[in-house]
Design a protein around this ligand. Structure first.
Ligand code: SAM
Length: 262
């Protein structure tokens, strides 16, 4: 064989926990928010990094993107654990869906979008900036990384949109019918923020402001949790937080803010 030796995938094998439909909130947001990037791409290549013990969420992301954005989307599921690549192979459906071994270097691919959910959570916070830099350096021009965390069933989730210049937006998302209070989202912040939910940090002020707005909107609970959430998010925007989108996205239990926060 000739050519340069293959680089070792960057990163470490971690727990492979996953669940069907666990990533539906982030996927629906990607379909709504990243569609233009994907439609404009000469090569509509998407990487799902760290899909876990089964490829179910990679299969779902490909299906959602094919149905909602581009039928010719190509999704490559990358895993650092070779046993998980072998286990996923029967689910491949080339050319639209394939699986390969790879890490933060993205195995030499140049995707326009990378989803990495519940991957960095098991790393040390100090490793996050390098992981972001490595992944975003591998993106196609104009590409982005969606990196975040959720609970086992995907009822509480948060993610950052990161490009070569760093994080651009933060999204918090919850299943409103089971949400007791927005403070619950603090346990599911992306790795870069989870240890920063302490006084003096912007993300702490944000969670507190959202929680206060939710409690102030308690009378709207009579009309259901969605009306209460809409009211709370509207209040945050009126109070000067850099809230993006509008009720059409908020009604899904989402809140997206420009990052960094003021
Ligand atoms: C908890 S699972 C997440 C599965 C799925 N993304 C989800 O959210 O349900 C994390 C997976 O990421 C993989 N992983 C960790 N670091 C990685 C890296 N640098 N590159 C590729 N995969 C990685 C682990 O081997 C593990 O299978």
């Amino acid at each position: 064989m000739s050519g340069a030796p293959r680089r070792r995938p960057l990163g470490v094998v971690t727990r492979g926990t996953t669940n069907p439909n666990r990533l539906r909130r982030v996927d629906n947001w990607i379909v709504a928010t990243c569609a233009d990037r994907l439609r404009a791409a000469a090569d509509p290549l998407v990487v799902d990094l760290g899909y876990g013990a089964t490829p179910v969420t990679a299969v779902e992301l490909r299906a959602r993107l094919a149905a909602g954005v581009r039928r010719d989307v190509r999704l490559v599921g990358l895993e650092i654990d070779p046993a998980r690549v072998a286990a996923a192979t029967p689910a491949a459906d080339p050319p639209g869906l394939t699986f390969a071994r790879g890490g933060f270097e993205l195995a030499g691919l140049r995707p326009v979008l990378v989803r990495a959910l519940n991957v960095l959570r098991q790393y040390d916070e100090s490793e996050v900036p390098d992981a972001w830099r490595t992944m975003t350096a591998a993106l196609a021009p104009g590409g982005a990384l969606v990196e975040g965390t959720c609970d086992e069933l995907g009822r509480l989730a948060s993610w950052l949109l990161v490009d070569v210049d760093g994080p651009r937006t933060l999204t918090l998302a919850a299943k409103l019918t089971t949400l007791g209070s927005p403070a619950e989202l603090a346990e599911r912040l992306p790795k870069a923020l989870i240890h920063r939910n302490v006084p003096g940090e912007a993300v702490h002020d944000l969670i507190r402001a959202l929680d206060d707005a939710w409690h102030a909107a308690a009378p709207y609970a009579t009309f259901g949790p969605r009306q209460r959430w809409l009211r709370a998010v509207g209040r945050l925007r009126d109070d000067g937080w850099p809230v993006l989108d509008g009720p059409r996205r908020w009604r899904h239990g989402e809140l997206t803010l420009r990052w960094p926060l003021p």
